[in-house]
Design a protein around this ligand. Structure first.
Ligand SMILES: C[S@@+](CC[C@H](N)C(=O)[O-])C[C@H]1O[C@@H](n2cnc3c(N)ncnc32)[C@H](O)[C@@H]1O
Length: 292
């Protein structure tokens, strides 16, 4: 593990750290935490989100699908989705059904989001006709207050119309939809910083919001295996499953609204009863008078 460059974002600096699979992660100065496991930023994202949320199955079955990535950060969630699409499109035996892919994401640090999208554009050698970041660039000025609100960025990728809905600012305020525009998420990558550092994105109320915007066959996946987080998910109305975490991590959490019955390559153990019995409490939002 070697340290490299740093990036100056809106929330302070990010130190680049090379991880074991050759991809990089950032250590956020503001949150004092790494964005990914040093065991492999890309491989961890694939294990935790692409596989658990069954992105391959969505691409095989849904003409239109919707994914929410909680915490855009370095954009490795989006990068991994694009890699998966590219891989399946190059496989003549695989029929990609998806024509429209709605990718929703939230991010506090607008400068980080812009820089990460620029890197994705370079990595996939996308031109301005297929992926234009000009509007985002104009809205985000280094000087002045950070941009808050939704910016939609269309991306034409391997014959799929992939719309990026980027909600900048605090997701607890920005992620709202009119009732007739419910996104109906099929997959949720719950990838905020740890509950200790980033509590607002782990409460019962936050998970209730996510549930309200989800399709009945949604799968939410998270690296966290903490009992209080699991209890928050349960109280919000999700069913809970335990599965093997990335590399040396023993467990992680997969949550759904329908029971997970299909035989899949990962082993899922239902844990609702255990969590219900536990005396550990769920996380709740602070009363509004305590939120500055
Ligand atoms: C662990 S990192 C996500 C890494 C990202 N999924 C990736 O693969 O690069 C968590 C991200 O959530 C963002 N974040 C934290 N709290 C937030 C909030 N309240 N609203 C929106 N974004 C938030 C942080 O700025 C950070 O970029």
């Amino acid at each position: 593990m070697t340290q490299k460059n740093h990036f100056q974002g809106r929330l302070g600096s990010y130190i680049e750290v090379l991880t074991e699979d050759g991809s990089s992660t950032f250590t956020s100065q503001y949150f004092a935490e790494n964005c990914h496991s040093t065991g492999g930023a890309f491989e961890e994202t694939v294990h935790n989100y692409i596989e658990q949320c069954r992105i391959e199955l969505l691409l095989a079955k849904k003409i239109e699908c919707a994914v929410l990535d909680v915490g855009f950060g370095m954009g490795i969630g989006l990068y991994s989705i694009l890699k998966k699409i590219e891989q399946l499109k190059n496989n003549s035996a695989f029929d990609v059904k998806t024509k429209k892919f709605n990718y929703y994401t939230v991010e506090l640090d607008d400068l980080l989001a812009l820089s990460s999208l620029q890197k994705i554009k370079e990595a996939f050698k996308l031109n301005d006709d297929d992926f234009n970041l000009h509007v985002l660039f104009l809205n985000i000025q280094r000087e002045g207050p950070p941009y808050k609100g939704l910016i939609k960025i269309p991306l034409n990728f391997c014959a799929i119309k992939l719309d990026i809905f980027l909600f900048l600012g605090n997701a607890r305020q920005t992620l709202t939809f009119d009732p007739d525009q419910n996104p109906q998420f099929h997959a949720i990558f719950q990838d905020a910083f740890s509950p200790k550092k980033n509590p607002q994105l782990w409460t019962v109320e936050w998970f209730q919001t996510l549930k309200n915007y989800s399709a009945q066959d949604v799968i939410l996946s998270t690296y966290s295996a903490s009992v209080s987080i699991r209890k928050s998910l349960l109280e919000a109305g999700f069913m809970l499953y335990n599965t093997k975490g990335f590399k040396h991590k023993k467990t992680m959490t997969v949550a759904s609204l329908n029971p997970i019955t299909e035989d899949f390559k990962h082993k899922y153990t239902s844990i609702d009863a255990d969590i219900l019995r536990s005396k550990i409490e769920s996380l709740k939002d602070l009363p509004t008078y305590l939120l500055a």
